[in-house]
Design a protein around this ligand. Structure first.
Ligand code: GLA
Length: 382
C-alpha cells in the first residue's frame, strides 16, 4: 500500500498539469559514468518533441543536440562522447562544455585587481585558456535541478567555485540553465554568477557544431554570417593588442553569408591556423537586450542556426586542432569537421581597461543569455 502510494506520488511529480491545463513532464536523467575520482555523472534530456538536447552534470556540458533537416530527418549536430570517460580523455578539446571562470585567453595567466596581482595556470603556451586546469568549470561536476512548466523543459546547473580555485579570487557561485521551449526549436542558455570578492567572469558554451551531423565531414561548405563590423586584433599568442580592427576587405568579413571554406586558406598559415577570431558584435536593435551574433547554414540539409546573445562578442573557431579523434557512435572528428560560435566578452579583458569589463563585484549579479535557434534555410527569413 505504502509502496503503491509512493509510486503514485512519484508518477504525479513526474507528470503534472499546469493551471492552463497543459501537461508537461520533468526532464529525464540517466547515468553517464563517473569522474576519475569516482563522482557519479548524470545526463539530462530536454525535448519539445522536435529538438532534443542532452546535457551532462560534468562541466554542465551539452552532449547531444538533435535537430531536424528539410525532410524532418534528425541529426545530432554537435561533437561529443557517449560517456563521461570520453570527456575526461586527452581528446576532449572543450567539447560542448560550460567554459570558465574566464573563457578564452588571459595574457601570461596574470592580472591585477584592486592592487593585488593574481597568477593563474598557463595552459596554452604562455597564456591561460578557458579557466585553467582540473578546477575549471568545464572539469567539475555540477548540481542539477530539472524542471518543467507550460513553457518548456529546463535544467539548472549550479556550482560554487571556492576562493582561490585555479588562482581566481572569491567564492563564485555560477548557475547555467538550459531550456527548450515547447513552441520554438531553440536551445536557450542562461548564465548567472555571484561572488564575495571582485573577480573576472566570462562564461560561454564551447559546442562544436556541424549542421550536417557530427562526424559527417568538414564544415567548409557551411555558410556563415557574423553580425560584426570589427574584431579584436591579436598578437602571435592570440592575445588582443587592444586594437579593434574593421573586417572590411579581410577574410574575416562575414557580414554577408560566405562559405566558411571560401577564404580559410588566407588565415590558415597564420598564428590562428584557420578561423580563431573574436568578433565585436554590432549593437542590438534599439530596446532589445539580445543581438544577432551569427547565422550558420548547411546548404545540403538546409539546417540553419541563428545565434542570439546578450554578450558583446563571439569567438569563431573552425576546429583547427581537431585531429581525427573518435567520438559518439565511433564517428571520427576530422580537422575542421565542426565550428564553434562562442558568445562571450573580449579575450584578456581583465588586462584591457578599455574593453567592456568582465569584473564581477560582490554587489552585482552577472547575467548572460545565448539562444541557439534552429530553422530550415529558406523557410524563414535568414
Ligand atoms: C577556443 C580557442 C581555440 C582553441 C579552442 C579549443 O576556441 O580560441 O584557440 O583553444 O578553444 O581547442
Amino acid at each position: 500500500m505504502l509502496r503503491t502510494l509512493f509510486i503514485t506520488g512519484l508518477f504525479m511529480a513526474a507528470s503534472m498539469t499546469t493551471a492552463q491545463g497543459n501537461s508537461f513532464d520533468q526532464p529525464a536523467s540517466s547515468p553517464f559514468g563517473k569522474t576519475k575520482s569516482g563522482e557519479a555523472v548524470e545526463l539530462y534530456t530536454l525535448t519539445n518533441g522536435k529538438i532534443t538536447a542532452k546535457i551532462a552534470t560534468l562541466g554542465a556540458t551539452l552532449v547531444q543536440l538533435h535537430v531536424p533537416d528539410k525532410d524532418g530527418k534528425l541529426a545530432d549536430v554537435i561533437l561529443g562522447w557517449d560517456d563521461a570517460a570520453g570527456y575526461q580523455s586527452d581528446d576532449n578539446q572543450y567539447f560542448g562544455c560550460t567554459t570558465g571562470r574566464v573563457c578564452n585567453r588571459i595574457a601570461k595567466g596574470k592580472f591585477k585587481l584592486d592592487g593585488k596581482e593574481y597568477t593563474l595556470a598557463t595552459n596554452n603556451d604562455v597564456n591561460h585558456l578557458h579557466g585553467g586546469l582540473d578546477k575549471a568549470l568545464s572539469k567539475v561536476v555540477w548540481k542539477a535541478r530539472p524542471y518543467a512548466n507550460d513553457k518548456g523543459q529546463g535544467v539548472e546547473f549550479t556550482y560554487t567555485s571556492p576562493d582561490g580555485d585555479e588562482g581566481y579570487p572569491g567564492n563564485l557561485t555560477v548557475s547555467v540553465t538550459y531550456f527548450i521551449p515547447t513552441d520554438n526549436n531553440a536551445l536557450r542558455i542562461n548564465y548567472t554568477a555571484t561572488t564575495d570578492k571582485a573577480t573576472p567572469v566570462n562564461l560561454t558554451n564551447h559546442a562544436y557544431f556541424n549542421l550536417a551531423g557530427a562526424g559527417s565531414g568538414t564544415i567548409l561548405d557551411h555558410n556563415l554570417r557574423i553580425n560584426a563590423d570589427s574584431f579584436t586584433a591579436v598578437d602571435d599568442t592570440l592575445i588582443p593588442t587592444g586594437e579593434i580592427k574593421s573586417v572590411e576587405g579581410t577574410p574575416l568579413d562575414f557580414r554577408k553569408p560566405v562559405r566558411i571554406g571560401e577564404r580559410i586558406d588566407q588565415v590558415d598559415k597564420t598564428s590562428t591556423q584557420g578561423y580563431d577570431h573574436n568578433y565585436v558584435l554590432n549593437a542590438p536593435e534599439e530596446g532589445k537586450p539580445m543581438r544577432l551574433a551569427a547565422v550558420l547554414t548547411d546548404p545540403a540539409s538546409k539546417r540553419q542556426m541563428r545565434v542570439m546573445t546578450t554578450e558583446p562578442a563571439v569567438q569563431l573557431y573552425t576546429g583547427n586542432f581537431l585531429k581525427g579523434q573518435k567520438g559518439k557512435d565511433g564517428k571520427t572528428y576530422a580537422h575542421r569537421s565542426a565550428c564553434c560560435l562562442e558568445t562571450q566578452h573580449y579575450p584578456d579583458s581583465v588586462n584591457h581597461p578599455k574593453f567592456p569589463t568582465t569584473i564581477l563585484k560582490p554587489s552585482d549579479k552577472f547575467t548572460s543569455q545565448t539562444v541557439f535557434q534552429f530553422s530550415i534555410a529558406g523557410a524563414a527569413k535568414e
